[in-house]
Design a protein around this ligand. Sequence first.
Ligand code: CMP
Length: 140
Amino acid sequence: AVERTLSIIKPDAVAKNVIGEIQSRFEKAGLQIVAAKMIKLDDEKAGGFYAEHSERGFFKDLVGFMTSGPVVVQVLEGEGAIAKNRDLMGATNPKEAAPGTIRADFAESIDANAAHGSDSAESAAREIAYFFAADEICSR
Ligand code: CMP
């Protein structure tokens, strides 16, 4: 089925100047970028996005990292977009990510792991609505 998923290019990848290289991987895999913006998250916006992790030991570092520089938030659309995006990213921990994946090629650590992608249809719906109004998404 055609799905939408939320993708974030994290501050480490923006700082490395590989926004376009990462977007190109999505496009080459048949996903379309149907919404995109660059923003600097603050503690409230980043903490709210990752609220499900608020009790985890890594939460403070995660929010600190995600507010350390601008991010690109985008909506990817296409056949099986949620799983496709996660396959392209590779494992959360770049040390475990398969060769040729975004995290293997561009990421340094489990926090500075280059990209985020929704993990389910429910997460995708919530995460897309967290960053984008319906009229900011342009299906083609
Ligand atoms: P992301 O897909 O953005 O979702 C939550 C993020 O928390 C994850 O990527 C990692 O960058 C970060 N993180 C840090 N430590 C852990 C951990 N032990 N398990 C899962 N995610 C972690």
